[in-house]
Design a binder for this molecule. Structure first.
Ligand SMILES: [Fe+2]
Length: 418
C-alpha cells in the first residue's frame, strides 16, 4: 500500500509542477531586419513550461480563425543567475534566475498591418504593427533606469510616453536610447518593466546603455541587453543581437553599442560595420543610434560627435540619436563641421532623461560648439522628457515634450536621398 502511494505521488508530482509553471514573462516585440515583413518576439519561460510557442494573427481576425502557431527557439538562460541586486523592498539580495529563453522570428508578415499574438493557449494578447505605411511615427525615450526599489522611475517614464501618445495617438512603435534599467544584470528590473502596457502594445527597438551593460557590482556584459530582447543577429562579431540594423519603411536604423567602442580598434570595427550596412541597404533616411551623447550638454564640449561626424558626412547619415547625458542637446544639419541649410548633413540629437530622478542640471553657459548646438534643455534632477518622431517622404520631424505634454523643441530633418 505504502509502495502504491509512493508510486502515485511520483506520478503526480511532475504534473503538479507543470501546472504550477510560472506563465511567460518579459514578453517584448522587436523588429526583424525588415520590419515590414518580420518581427522578433522574445520572452522568458519557466523551465517547467510546456507552452513555449506563440499564436498570432491579424487584429482584423477577431476570433483567431486564421491564427498560426509557431514554436520558439529555446535555450536555458543563466545570464542573470546569482547576481547581487536589490529587491522592491530595497533589501540586498542575490537574484537566482534560471529560465528558458524563447525567441520567435515571425516572417512573411503583411506590411502596414496590425497583428496580435499570445504566448501559449491562455496568454495575454500582445500587439504590434508592421512597417509599410508611407507616413509613420515613433516615440523616443531614454534613461529611465528602471529600478524596483524606486518604482516611480518607471511610472514617470511610462506617463511620459502617455504624453507623447496624446500628441500622436497613431504612433507606431517605441525607440529607446539606452539606460532603461539601473543594472541590466538584475533580471527583476527587466521583468518588472516588461509588465508595462506599452510593452504589450508596441514594437520596441533600443540600444545598450552603460547601465544596461552592468550589474550592481560593476560586472560588465552585453549579454544582459542581448538576452532581455531578441534583436536581429546582423551585428558584427561579438555584438550579434546587441548591435543590429533594421529597416522601417523608408528608414534604415543602425544601432550601436558604446560599451564596445572604447578603444580605437573597437571604434574602427564599429565604423567599418556601419559603412558596410549603409552600402548594402539603400534607404531614404539613415539614422544612427547609440547611447553616449554627441556633446556634453552642460558646456557643449565635443563628445562622441568627434569620433563619428566624419563617418556620418561620408555616409550621408541624416539623423544621429543618443541619450546618456541627461541634458537634451540638438543641432541643425551639420556637414564638414559647419551648419548647413538642411539639404546636406546630419542632425544630432541627444534625449533628456525621463525618470524624474536622475536628471542633470545645466549649470554652465554654452562654451563650446556654440555654432552647432541650437538648443539645450533639462529640468534639473527631476527631469522628465521624451520625443515624438514623425516621418513622411519629405521630412522627419522630431519634437521634444516635457511631462505636461508641452512642446519644448522641434527639429526638422529634410529628406535628401531619392
Ligand atoms: Fe542614463
Amino acid at each position: 500500500m505504502k509502495r502504491n502511494l509512493f508510486f502515485l505521488l511520483a506520478l503526480a508530482l511532475p504534473l503538479m509542477a507543470f501546472s504550477q509553471a510560472k506563465k511567460a514573462f518579459s514578453i517584448v516585440t522587436c523588429p526583424a531586419q525588415d520590419a515590414s515583413k518580420g518581427m522578433n518576439v522574445s520572452w522568458g519561460a519557466d523551465t517547467l513550461s510546456r507552452e513555449n510557442y506563440l499564436i498570432y494573427t491579424t487584429v482584423k481576425d477577431a476570433d483567431w480563425k486564421k491564427a498560426v502557431k509557431v514554436a520558439a527557439d529555446t535555450r536555458l538562460c543563466l545570464t542573470y543567475d546569482t547576481i547581487y541586486s536589490k529587491n522592491e523592498k530595497n533589501e540586498n539580495v542575490y537574484e537566482n534566475v534560471r529560465f528558458t529563453k524563447c525567441d520567435v522570428a515571425l516572417s512573411g508578415l503583411k506590411p502596414n498591418t496590425q497583428y496580435k499574438y499570445r504566448i501559449g493557449e491562455a496568454g495575454e494578447e500582445h500587439f504590434f504593427k508592421t512597417a509599410g505605411s508611407k507616413n509613420w511615427s515613433a516615440c523616443i525615450i531614454s534613461d529611465f533606469h528602471s529600478y524596483t526599489p524606486l518604482g516611480k522611475r518607471l511610472t514617470n517614464a511610462m506617463a511620459m510616453i502617455d504624453k507623447v501618445k496624446e500628441y500622436d495617438p497613431s504612433m507606431d512603435w517605441i525607440l529607446h536610447l539606452g539606460d532603461i534599467t539601473a543594472w541590466g544584470g538584475s533580471y527583476s528590473f527587466w521583468e518588472k518593466m516588461y509588465q508595462e502596457p506599452y510593452f504589450k502594445e508596441y514594437m520596441w527597438a533600443g540600444v545598450n546603455g552603460n547601465h544596461d551593460n552592468m550589474t550592481r557590482k560593476y560586472r560588465l556584459s552585453n549579454e544582459f541587453f542581448r538576452d532581455a530582447a531578441f534583436y536581429p543577429r546582423n551585428g558584427y562579431q561579438g555584438e550579434e543581437g546587441v548591435c543590429y540594423y533594421f529597416t522601417y519603411k523608408n528608414a534604415l536604423f543602425i544601432m550601436l553599442n558604446n560599451e564596445h567602442m572604447h578603444s580605437d580598434e573597437t571604434l574602427s570595427a564599429a565604423q567599418e560595420w556601419v559603412r558596410s550596412v549603409v552600402k548594402a541597404n539603400k534607404a531614404k533616411y539613415v539614422i544612427v543610434c547609440e547611447h553616449y551623447q554627441w556633446f556634453y550638454g552642460n558646456d557643449g564640449k565635443t563628445s562622441q560627435y568627434g569620433r563619428w561626424s566624419k563617418v556620418f558626412d561620408e555616409l550621408g547619415v541624416d539623423l544621429a540619436l543618443s541619450g546618456n547625458n541627461h541634458i537634451y542637446a540638438r543641432t541643425n544639419a551639420i556637414y564638414a563641421d559647419a551648419q548647413t541649410d538642411g539639404t546636406k548633413g546630419t542632425v544630432y540629437i541627444q534625449t533628456p532623461s525621463s525618470d524624474g530622478e536622475r536628471g542633470v542640471t545645466i549649470t554652465d553657459s554654452l562654451k563650446y560648439n556654440t555654432d552647432k548646438i541650437k538648443f539645450r534643455w533639462s529640468e534639473g534632477g527631476n527631469t522628465i522628457g521624451a520625443m515624438s518622431m514623425q516621418v513622411t517622404e519629405k521630412e522627419m520631424v522630431l519634437t521634444l515634450f516635457d511631462r505636461n505634454g508641452k512642446k519644448i523643441d522641434t527639429a526638422t530633418v529634410l529628406a535628401k536621398k531619392k
